[in-house]
Design a protein around this ligand. Structure first.
Ligand SMILES: Nc1ncnc2c1ncn2[C@@H]1O[C@H](COP(=O)(O)OP(=O)(O)OP(=O)(O)O)[C@@H](O)[C@H]1O
Ligand SMILES: [Mg+2]
Length: 306
């Protein structure tokens, strides 16, 4: 099996259902290979659920979809202890979070308490129930969708919580041609059953290959430079954390692998910078948008010459 072949199998299955959105699918693949969680954000009806569901099914392994609503309790998500009338004792029941790929649909409709339980588990890759520690299966990838901040009936995730997502990817409106393709194919889009294009074992091989991608000292310094420069921007109230730097590095390695290279280039870093950095900067009152700020950053920080 070659890496590009496995990746092609996954994206082929997704593009059989999702119209356009190539860049989003590519970003989801990178996150998967790097072992990071992704937040998909965009206006209502722009395909967030369709993309996340189709992608999750194409990956293989066990899959669970959790639709978040304000009445869900932490135990509904991570599990809890239940009374077993036959045995006359309590036993631990694992929640829906125990799967390889978990789709957390409409994450910001859950209450802060349920969100906190979920995001803790995603970060630690384990849950504690009645003093028992249970490990989540590996690989474990969460794909969360959420409505843009400020939508009614939502509880915004805190800055700490969004930091736990390796990437945030935004969905937007389709082009006219894409929109026509969506309506032309809608009956098959809505009924198509996507099968897995990759086995969990193959996925782990890909993840291992990404860890073997190398980066020069100069390249690492470039990654650190980008984050430091952003932190010191006067328009930024709170800059990206070292976790952001780590994901910038890991996702750049994944990008190099997908491009068929064994070493990271500055272009790999640039290709993932927006999705890694934008959701991790809190802006001051009169600053521009984070996307524009990251674009300026990529233009202004000198690229290392090897
Ligand atoms: N790029 C696309 N490819 C295929 N179908 C699409 C695409 N964009 C939107 N649709 C179609 O539009 C409808 C709404 O999509 P979907 O439910 O995925 O949006 P959403 O962003 O999850 O919406 P919400 O914010 O309400 O949860 C579905 O019928 C879906 O098939
Ligand atoms: Mg949806």
């Amino acid at each position: 099996m070659s890496e590009p072949e496995v990746l092609a199998r996954i994206s082929q299955r997704v593009t059989g259902v999702v119209v356009g959105k190539r860049d989003i699918i590519e970003k989801l693949l990178l996150a998967l290979i790097a072992g990071g969680h992704v937040l998909l954000e965009g206006p209502p009806g722009t395909g967030k659920t369709t993309i996340a569901k189709t992608f999750s099914r194409a990956i293989g392994g066990s899959f669970r979809r959790i639709q978040l609503t304000p009445d869900l309790l932490p135990a509904d998500l991570i599990g809890g202890s239940v009374y077993d009338p036959k045995g006359g004792n309590f036993r631990i029941r694992e929640g829906p979070l125990f799967a390889n790929v978990v789709m957390l649909d409409e994450l910001n409709r859950a209450t802060p308490r349920a969100q906190a339980a979920l995001l803790e588990a995603m970060q630690e890759l384990q849950v504690t129930i009645e003093g028992n520690t249970l490990h989540l299966p590996r690989p474990f990838i969460a794909i969360g969708t959420q409505l843009p901040a400020g939508s009614s009936g939502t509880y915004p995730l805190t800055e700490v919580q969004v930091d736990r997502f390796a990437m945030r990817v935004e969905t937007g409106y389709p082009t006219d041609a894409e929109e026509k393709e969506i309506i032309s194919g809608i009956d098959s889009i809505e009924s198509k059953d996507v099968t897995a294009g990759v086995r969990a074992g193959e996925l782990e091989t890909l993840m291992e290959a990404a860890r073997k991608v190398t980066a020069s000292d100069k390249l690492k310094e470039y990654v650190v430079d980008l984050v430091r420069t952003l932190r010191s921007n006067p328009g930024v109230r709170m800059g990206p954390s070292p976790r952001a730097t780590v994901w910038l590095y890991k996702l750049s390695r994944a990008r190099a692998l997908v491009e068929g290279r064994g070493y990271v280039l500055p272009d790999d870093v640039k290709a993932v910078a927006r999705e890694v950095l934008c959701h991790r900067i809190a802006l001051g009152v009169d600053a521009a948008d984070p996307g524009g700020m990251v674009d300026d950053l990529l233009r202004s920080v000198p690229v290392p010459k090897e």
